[in-house]
Design a binder for this molecule. Structure first.
Ligand SMILES: [Zn+2]
Length: 145
């Protein structure tokens, strides 16, 4: 489904993948969808100095423009662990894990709405990228109209 929320959600998965490649000890701590933008909070022990707001924006958009299919499917909790997925934010009672698979880019457990191809996202704009505290950062982004 091609809604703003599904566009933003999918773009956050791509953003997380890029951050993970530039950081050690990377983990998402919060994701808040607002009217026309999304706030993404994460922690990282070390982050490459080369990372800037503009670099992130460019990298996210390069991936989006590759028109990559996005598939969703369910696996058992056991299988999701074997796949090396982070299940720390999935409640323990959930036995069937929904995987959002942006083919050959990123795979993660997520119950949200996503587009079915990255071409449906449009262009992402990073509005803000700031350090909030020791090892903690925040990114605000939106879809450019
Ligand atoms: Zn998601």
């Amino acid at each position: 489904m091609n809604t703003l929320k599904s566009q933003l959600h999918t773009s956050e998965h791509i953003l997380g993948q890029i951050l993970d490649e530039y950081c050690t000890g990377f983990r998402t701590t919060a994701l808040e969808f607002r009217e026309d933008n999304v706030r993404y909070d994460f922690k990282a022990e070390n982050m490459s100095d080369t990372i800037t707001k503009d670099l992130l924006e460019a990298k996210v958009n390069v991936i989006i423009r590759r028109n990559i299919p996005v598939e969703t499917y369910e696996v058992s909790r056991e299988k999701a662990k074997e796949m090396g997925l982070d299940l720390s934010i999935v409640p323990r009672s959930v036995e069937r894990i929904r995987i959002v698979d942006i083919k050959s880019v990123n795979k993660q457990a997520c119950a949200g709405e996503h587009v079915s191809n990255t071409s449906e996202i449009g262009q992402v704009e990073i509005i803000k990228f700031v350090k909030k505290g020791v090892n903690s950062y925040q990114i605000v982004s939106k879809i450019r109209n």
